[in-house]
Ligand binder design. Structure first.
Ligand SMILES: [Mg+2]
Length: 206
């Protein structure tokens, strides 16, 4: 099978790490539970361009470089890599390829076939030229693991046959609680859950 894996908040603990980064930068003590955005945008910013400047600073920081992968992701990806083709599909801007690839290589070595980024309008970074749903379609991805419900909705709409797993780590992700979930989508709370569900899918496809 072809598996598509998201980076931020799926294999990388970006939300918690960026809150530590921003609290330090602005000398504040904002709480995770007060944010409903996977990049904690709503805790510190109202203007996207200012947020984006901080996001780029974060991507270039040691805090980003030193992030430890989310529990279980390294082990399960290593195992899945033996049977499946695994693709990284991130909404990060392709401009930030270097820091992203460095982090991936540091933690996952060569477990991925390809790493796919999104390209954005240079005048307006809120406007992508294509979406994750388009990438999933182009690559013919069978299974996706992703924490962002908006992305899941877009992928589901464009790929009715793809099996989708909404990652809500330990049920703590404030940004993906809306229901109902799109068709073919199942919520999971850990990489161990994903491992178990993949085993079920493997048995079905034999
Ligand atoms: Mg994500």
């Amino acid at each position: 099978m072809k598996i598509g894996i998201d980076i931020d908040n799926t294999i990388a603990p970006t939300f918690n790490t960026i809150i530590n980064f921003m609290n330090k930068k602005y000398t504040v003590k904002k709480k995770r539970s007060h944010s409903k955005d996977p990049s904690a945008f709503d805790l510190y910013h109202t203007d996207f361009n200012l947020f984006y400047k901080d996001w780029v600073e974060f991507l270039n920081s040691d805090k980003h470089h030193d992030m430890k992968p989310i529990n279980g992701s390294v082990r399960v990806i290593k195992k899945l890599n033996k049977k499946h083709q695994i693709y990284i599909i991130t909404a990060r801007n392709s401009k930030h390829r270097k820091n992203t690839v460095l982090w991936i290589e540091k933690n996952y070595k060569e477990k991925f076939e390809e790493i796919h980024f999104i390209d954005y309008n240079h005048e307006d970074y809120t406007k992508p030229f294509f979406t994750k749903g388009d990438i999933v379609k182009r690559l013919g991805i069978d299974v996706v693991i992703e924490d962002n419900l908006n992305e899941i909705r877009d992928i589901a709409k464009k790929n009715p046959k793809t099996k989708l797993f909404l990652f809500d780590k330990n049920n703590q992700y404030t940004w993906n609680k809306e229901r109902p979930l799109p068709k073919n989508t199942m919520k999971i709370e850990s990489w161990k859950d994903f491992e178990r569900e993949m085993e079920k899918l493997e048995h079905k496809t034999i």
